[in-house]
Ligand binder design. Sequence first.
Ligand SMILES: CC(C)(COP(=O)(O)OP(=O)(O)OC[C@H]1O[C@@H](n2cnc3c(N)ncnc32)[C@H](O)[C@@H]1OP(=O)(O)O)[C@@H](O)C(=O)NCCC(=O)NCCS
Length: 169
Amino acid sequence: MKIDIRKAREEDFLAVHQFVSTCPPLEKYFEHFYKIMLRYFQNTCFIAEAGDNIVGFLMGFVSPVHENTYFLWQVGVSPAKQGKGVGKLLLKAMESCVKEMGGRRIEVTVDPENEPSLRLFRSLGYTNISRQEGETVHVLENLAVKDYYSPGRHFILFEKLIGKDNSET
Ligand SMILES: CC(C)(COP(=O)(O)OP(=O)(O)OC[C@H]1O[C@@H](n2cnc3c(N)ncnc32)[C@H](O)[C@@H]1OP(=O)(O)O)[C@@H](O)C(=O)NCCC(=O)NCCS
């Protein structure tokens, strides 16, 4: 299976919207959300393709508030292609891009019950920094920020430092 990773384009938004619904537990937003993201932040969003088919998607943006920080919002790989390294390819493409743009760190929040996602980020050296955000709780033995997204929605905050002093990316 040959997988190509490329930057997303504005005209991909409907296909991406369709794709996301095939990747539970990814949250599927309305069409216009993907239109806006792929119009204004396409340079930091990525698509994995096998032939003409989308088999993976990664979306995020550089924060205008948190210095030199990229927020990774969504990453998903089609169920048939999971566990074959596509998620890692998407993350590595994003990390190279962030580094080229002068970014220094990546933040991502992960549901502490999402084991595949936890494995993906840990395997690429992401660190759980939930303690730095305030009160924490344990969920399935994972430390998470209490009520991060809303009461009862505890999420893990991960960070990866990149840039000159980190040769990993
Ligand atoms: C999380 C997700 C993106 C991982 O993508 P992937 O292409 O399957 O991951 P990779 O094949 O690159 O594997 C990366 C690591 O995760 C591990 N992994 C991937 N899927 C796994 C699974 N179902 N169970 C256990 N480990 C898994 C791999 O073993 C690998 O670790 P290793 O390098 O230590 O062996 C994918 O499972 C997915 O799309 N899940 C549904 C959507 C989702 O939950 N997205 C994240 C929330 S934003």
